[in-house]
Design a protein around this ligand. Structure first.
Ligand SMILES: [Zn+2]
Length: 483
């Protein structure tokens, strides 16, 4: 395969790790060449001595590793644009999860395909090269993901129970264990299909959907299946106050403690979102164990600040999770699918929660969005730039006005420019974004299909909503519509 050379990049974020040693960290390097072929980085340093088939002038560019997004739902979250941002239920401790999920869901596979294609474009344009996609399996999912060019960790969701609402005080549970088992089998088959895909870029994550909607047996068997296959395991855990109260009611334990009791915690387990731990000010349970359990077990947390912050909730706090030893990663649970903006929000909210500017640094969040996510997925070949690692990389345009002056380009990217400065993206050595355009998918066409799908979803809302309301009664427009 031809060799591509990025010659004399102004800046690079390189991986610094002594051979044979654990750990490692990102460091800046200046004036370096980066060469890759056959999907892997061959050279990173001064003056590449070899020949190259394609040379990219690195002047005015920063080369950085592609981002690893640990948690997303591309098949339905784009349908919620204009619906979800300010939707929440005060009587459910502000979360809109249960009411929205019942009233509004992707009406068909065409809607799921439109949402996924649209979200994959947003992700690529913000520099995401690896994605954990937690979705109910739909026809065409694997093919579309493969076509996107992204590195995929497909996480087909299933559960023993469905939430439904009888009132606005919290979810009720409709249990159906055979349905959960069938979903589990189908998920494993989907993962096997992804692993067998000729692109070699697709893998899987075993994903029982929520700690409160899956039976003890289904959770244990799912964890075992992940371990047997050498795959990561993920589930939503400690994502709402209602869920915490429900788990305490059932077991006398917080969701994290219940996960520990079942043997779910440990390396290769990713909890989305582990926000409402026993010490959180919205929970204030009498134990003080959850953070220690996460840290001592080496469990990973997929932190997605945006959806919670919109409800008025923040993690308390990121620096404490890090120091406890949890493996911290970042995800884009909802739209916009912009992991750079998640880094920015996560860093600001972490300081608000800690009331301490020094509790975290932006380097902590860049690590979480790259090597931290890779560690959570048990991969040491992504999320870092070094010889031998996957050629998943992003070229950042330092001439972008929001990057200027580029004294400290990572700070400029995260705090100022975000996706506006992402110029080119390569995955597995193949270019998937060129000059801010996705080469593999059609975002404009996906947007048209997405708008039509959102209309179908809204039209069906009265059939699903527990009060039979129309969409505009559940979520009115933010301004009155005048004549
Ligand atoms: Zn989620």
């Amino acid at each position: 395969m031809p060799t591509t050379l990025i010659r004399n990049a102004d800046w690079a974020i390189a991986w610094d790790q002594a051979p044979g040693e654990p750990g490692g960290r990102h460091v800046y390097r200046r004036g370096v060449d980066l060469a890759f072929a056959d999907g892997r980085i061959e050279f990173l340093g001064k003056s590449y001595p070899g020949a190259a088939d394609r040379v990219i002038d690195g002047a005015g560019l920063m080369v950085m590793p592609g981002l690893v997004d640990l948690h997303s739902h591309p098949h339905h979250e784009p349908l919620y644009r204009g619906i979800r941002e300010e939707h929440g239920v005060a009587n459910m401790h502000m979360t809109g999860l249960y009411e929205r999920g019942q009233a509004f869901s992707a009406p068909d596979d065409a809607a799921r395909a439109a949402g996924a294609e649209f979200a994959y474009c947003e992700l690529l344009l913000s520099g995401v090269t690896s994605l954990v996609d937690i979705s109910a399996p739909w026809d065409g999912w694997i093919e579309l993901f493969a076509r996107s060019g992204m590195r995929g960790f497909l996480a087909p969701g299933y559960a023993s129970a469905r939430w439904f609402l009888e009132n606005d005080l919290g979810p009720s549970y409709d249990w159906n264990e055979p349905r959960g088992r069938a979903g589990f089998e189908r998920a494993l088959a989907t993962i096997d299909q992804a692993l067998a895909h000729p692109s070699g870029r697709l893998s899987g994550v075993v994903s029982p959907m929520q700690i409160d909607t899956c039976s003890e047996a289904l959770l244990r068997d799912s964890r075992d299946a992940a371990r047997e296959r050498g795959l990561a395991f993920t589930t939503h855990c400690a994502q709402s106050v209602n869920e915490v109260r429900e788990m305490i009611r059932r077991h006398g334990l917080t969701p994290i403690q219940w996960a520990d009791r079942l043997g779910l915690l440990g390396p290769g387990t990713i909890l989305g979102h582990a926000l409402f731990i026993d010490t959180h000010s919205w929970v204030r349970w009498h134990t003080q164990d959850d953070l220690r359990l996460l840290g001592e077990s080496g469990t990973a947390v997929a932190h997605c600040p945006t959806p919670f912050a919109r409800y008025g909730q923040i993690m308390e706090h990121f620096g404490a999770y890090l120091r406890a030893g949890a493996v911290m990663g970042l995800g884009t649970d909802c739209s916009p699918h912009n992991l750079v903006e998640e880094m920015r929000k996560a860093s600001v909210f972490a300081r608000i929660a800690a009331r301490d500017i020094h509790s975290v640094e932006i380097a902590d969040f860049f690590h979480a969005a790259t090597a931290g996510g890779a560690c959570a997925l048990m991969r040491d070949d992504i999320g870092r730039l070094a010889p031998g690692k996957k050629a998943d990389l992003v070229l950042v345009d330092l001439a972008c006005p929001q990057m200027q002056p580029a004294r400290d380009p990572l700070r400029a990217l995260v705090y100022h420019a975000a996706d506006r400065a992402v110029r080119d993206v390569f995955v597995d050595g193949v270019q998937v974004v060129a000059d801010r355009k996705v080469l593999t998918l059609d975002q404009a066409d996906a947007a048209r299909r997405l708008a039509a799908a959102q209309e179908r979803m809204e039209a069906a809302a009265p059939q699903h909503d527990y009060l039979r309301r129309k969409a505009e009664e559940i979520v009115p427009l933010c301004l009155a519509l005048a004549d």
